[in-house]
Ligand binder design. Structure first.
Ligand SMILES: [Mn+2]
Length: 322
């Protein structure tokens, strides 16, 4: 039997005119895999269009693209649709989701619980990043992992492994990174392009948010918040709040961290982080939220004090911090 990667390689050899898409509000792996697959299709002399309803995020504007990233489907005709890094088909955004049934889909993903929505599904949760799957595809097609293709692959690798710090940093991730470096990728230069992308407004917001940090249960839980007033005062957006919660985990002896962020309707979105067996997904589920064991979130329709108290109580009880 043919391996999934061999089947995808065959599909590319046999077919032409592809639309390459990923989830809206793309992260490094979503945009990296879109761009990397584009480079592969270009190397194969194929007709293709790259699509993302959110466009190319500003912090990734250094990527060398094989073609423009379209934000609408107008004029983007295709025989096959690639959907990358999407745990559910809804994540592609409304416009594409509405017309998804009209053409065959190749679903290439690494999320647990992917419902196999494609005519062709290559879903493998053992991959740390979809760009690592795209690297295997390049190998299968005999395309060297160099230049802009290598940088796009590396982008997904580092962002989905937290710069080689999460549990998904497997030996094969390090081997792939080593290969990219051997083939000429400069990790210092590329990491600087990926990471040194903050605006001053984000620094000011993080400063204000860090200043709200409090510890509970003898230092086992760290909690901070961001209000609409703080976003306004610093000129920041909700996207600037991502990752604050991961930094709270750096406080010595904490087992879990939480951040609450005020929404325009006055409710509070919360984000939780933990390590190892501490299951914050179960806590998020108490409030109708979801996620993974060590990273989860949800929304509480209440003012800050009420939302914060309820969340702290739930975390204390569920994780046995009391
Ligand atoms: Mn991913």
């Amino acid at each position: 039997m043919q391996s999934p990667v061999a089947k995808i390689a065959d599909l590319i050899r046999r077919t032409d005119r592809f639309l390459v898409s990923s989830h809206a509000n793309p992260d490094g792996d979503a945009i990296g895999s879109t761009v990397a697959l584009g480079h592969i299709l270009a190397a194969q002399g194929k007709d293709f269009a790259l699509y993302n309803p959110s466009g190319l995020p500003k912090q990734y504007d250094w990527l060398q693209l094989p073609g423009p990233i379209h934000t609408t489907l107008a004029g983007a005709e295709a025989n096959w649709l690639f959907v990358l890094d999407c745990g559910t088909q809804q994540r592609v955004g409304e416009e594409l989701y509405r017309v998804m049934g009209s053409r065959p889909i190749a679903n290439v993903d690494h999320h647990l619980g992917n419902p196999m929505f494609g005519q062709f599904n290559w879903v493998d949760v053992s991959y740390p990043a979809v760009t690592a799957m795209i690297a295997d595809l390049a190998d299968e097609l005999g395309i060297p992992l160099t230049g802009p293709l290598a940088e796009a692959i590396y982008l997904g690798l580092v962002t989905d492994t937290g710069y080689f710090t999460y549990d998904n940093t497997t030996p094969s991730v390090m081997e792939l990174a080593a290969r990219l470096i051997r083939l000429g990728l400069n990790p210092g230069r590329v990491n600087a392009k990926i990471r040194n992308q903050w605006g001053l407004s984000r620094f000011r917001l993080w400063g204000e948010s860090f200043a709200t940090t409090e510890l509970f249960f003898g230092g086992q839980l760290a909690v901070a918040h961001v209000t609409l007033g703080m976003l306004e005062r610093t000129g920041s957006t909700a996207a600037d709040c991502e990752e604050i919660v991961s930094f709270l985990r750096r406080l010595r002896d904490t087992r879990a961290a939480a951040i609450l962020r005020e929404e325009p309707d006055g409710s509070y979105k919360f984000s939780l982080r933990s390590t190892g067996p501490d299951n914050v997904q179960a806590v998020a589920a108490l409030f109708g939220g979801g996620g993974h064991r060590n990273a989860a979130g949800g929304t509480i329709a209440a003012d800050l004090e009420t939302a914060r108290t309820r969340l702290i109580e739930a975390l204390g009880e569920s994780l046995g911090l009391v």
